[in-house]
Design a protein around this ligand. Structure first.
Ligand code: 5GP
Length: 190
């Protein structure tokens, strides 16, 4: 099964296609570039591993439109092997540099319960960043209940478990170039 498009059989339907992602990433970068036009630089903080694809594309898009960019990565615990939020946030990888006085933009793959993000915002503010905003490619309906100010949102999606473009199911499907819903039979196998 070494065929290039093996994942198509596991995906029930595409929620956000490749072209849509590309256009939206560019649109978000233009908005951010306009808002930070007078900033010396922005510090993008990507949340591993899910935000890796979005981070890479968003940073390059900002490179075309915006102020100079620096990148940091953090890893925090979230879903583990399952598909429901544990609510437990633990730092697995911390920032490498001091963010005091920096304009920070957290780059998130998806906001669901918002638990991860609200914790992360407080953490970054406690490290005395000059400003902290969030750009999230995807947002699920439950996120609106939480008071996390996500300034830049790519797509509002239905309340279903999605994979692709960095998002995994048991570490698989991150490389799928679009965002889609897995077939139920895939869960049944594991
Ligand atoms: P929250 O704390 O907002 O509930 O969840 C944040 C994290 O949970 C995301 O960064 C992501 O890693 C994971 N997550 C939430 N919804 C999904 C989903 O539909 N699919 C995948 N693969 N991960 C999700």
């Amino acid at each position: 099964m070494a065929e290039g498009n093996w994942h198509a059989a596991d995906i029930d339907r595409v929620i956000v296609g490749e072209d849509q992602i590309r256009d939206k990433v560019d649109e978000l970068a233009k908005q951010v570039a306009a808002d930070y036009a007078t900033a010396d630089s922005v510090l993008l903080v990507g949340v591993l591993k899910g935000a890796v694809m979005f981070m890479a594309d968003f940073a390059r898009a900002l490179g075309r439109h915006g102020p100079p960019v620096e990148m940091e990565f953090m890893a925090v615990s979230s879903y583990g092997q399952g598909t429901t939020s544990s609510g437990v946030v633990r730092i697995l990888k911390d920032l490498d540099s001091d963010i005091a006085g920096r304009h920070v933009i957290v780059v998130e793959d998806i906001v669901d319960s918002g638990l991860t993000l609200s914790w992360l915002m407080k953490y970054l503010q406690s490290r005395r960043a000059a400003s902290v905003e969030v750009v999230a490619l995807l947002r699920k309906p439950d996120a609106v209940k939480v008071t996390v100010p996500v300034k830049y949102v790519g797509f509002d999606i239905p309340n279903e478990f999605v994979v692709g473009y960095g998002l995994d199911y048991s570490e698989r499907y991150r490389e799928v170039p679009y965002v889609g819903v897995l077939r139920k039979s895939v869960y049944a196998q594991s």
